[in-house]
Design a binder for this molecule. Structure first.
Ligand code: GAL
Length: 354
């Protein structure tokens, strides 16, 4: 072969391998390392796209459930190579009065950007030190910069003293479904808020979706214009459904929510729900998972559904495969969402690319 052909072939090979190197590949369940070669520690997390980069926020886990450092942040341009941006929201050391002192529990952090204020707002499930999961609060923190440091503002039992919009007057005293006893019990002090997610609708209105009523019911609560408090507009949905780990996507004007059942760290069957309006009636649409281990969500639990920037109808289902004996070894299960008969579905893949 003449040297010119060798050059052309070499060039083609180089071009091909650089394209191949660009290909973003996901290997659900395998150990996932950051760009420093350290295992990514961002559990129960969520991802925000901002100014051309993705930011992944998650729980920094040690062996147990309690927080010793706080909420981590990693950033990436391609969703595969993640740079450790450090601790976005730190626990407060040396202040035994702080709600976020080491030993508290900080779970399922989600961050959204408020265009009006130019601030990043983080909400997370907060449990107070030495009280197990009984406090059932939600915490909020803000930052001027996406990677933090976030400043902790306060925690809430949401909607104290406010009836949900979808409870009829006649049920305020008694009657209705049996889980309303928890609604009434918590009316004055505020509703419970455990597993949670955030969702920003197309018009910029943000919603906080949280497990309430001893985890029997999900509440959807509208956030204020600056996203740091509640507006008093809220509904309770799927009472008695016992849903946790809510993750939501919007497609073609419909809202789809994937949740888990309530079996702690142990996996169970995912549930798909759909509605045409967030404050409207939600319908159960079965298990979105298909194939082997579909009844256990492929041994994982939902945490977030990530819309891929610039790709229409392309979403990644993010879940955690918890390792209860050493939570820091829990694995990330990221799977592509495919639409079958207009509804999201999930299939296991050992390896897949965008
Ligand atoms: C799960 C929940 C996790 C964590 C765990 C504690 O059901 O989704 O975020 O709270 O329970 O047992």
């Amino acid at each position: 072969m003449c040297w010119k052909w060798l050059l052309v072939a070499g060039g083609l090979l180089a071009a091909f391998s650089s394209v191949a190197a660009e290909k973003v590949e996901f290997k659900p369940g395998e150990v996932w390392k950051d760009t420093d070669g350290e295992v990514i520690n961002a559990h129960g997390g969520g991802v925000l796209f901002h100014d051309g980069r993705y930011y992944w926020f998650g729980e920094v886990k040690d062996r147990g459930a309690t927080s010793r450092s706080g909420i981590s942040c990693y950033s990436s341009a391609n969703l595969s190579d993640w740079k450790n941006e450090g601790i976005a929201l730190s626990v407060v050391l040396a202040d035994s009065e702080s709600e976020i002192q080491p030993g508290c529990i900080m779970e399922r952090p989600k961050v959204i950007y408020n265009r009006r204020t130019g601030k990043f707002v983080m909400w997370f499930h907060l449990e107070l030190k030495d009280r197990g999961y009984e406090a059932a609060r939600t915490g909020v923190a803000v930052s001027d910069s996406v990677t933090g440091p976030f400043k902790y503002l306060r925690s809430y039992r949401p909607n104290a003293g406010v009836w949900p919009m979808n409870v009829a007057e006649k049920y305020k005293e008694s009657g209705g479904d049996e889980y309303m006893k928890f609604l009434r019990r918590d009316l004055e002090g505020g509703q419970m808020s455990r597993d949670m997610t955030l969702f920003v609708d197309d018009d910029g209105t943000a919603y906080h979706i949280h497990a309430a009523e001893e985890n029997y019911t999900l509440n959807i609560s509208e956030l204020s214009d600056d996203y740091t408090s509640f507006t008093d507009r809220w509904v309770r949905i799927l009472p008695g459904g016992h849903n946790e780990a809510p993750a939501i996507l919007k497609q073609n004007g419909k809202y789809f929510m994937i949740t888990s059942g309530c079996t702690g760290w142990a996996p169970n069957e995912a549930r798909l729900h759909v509605t045409g309006s967030l404050f409207g009636k939600w319908k159960y649409r079965g298990n979105p998972c298909i194939g082997k281990d579909a009844e256990l969500t492929f041994h994982s639990q939902s945490t977030y559904i990530l819309p891929v920037e610039g790709k229409r109808d392309t979403f990644i289902f993010m879940a955690d495969r918890w390792k209860p004996h050493n939570l820091s070894d829990s694995r990330y299960i990221w799977l592509p969402v495919t639409f079958r008969s207009g509804a999201p579905s999930l299939r296991w893949e050992d390896a897949w690319s965008l």
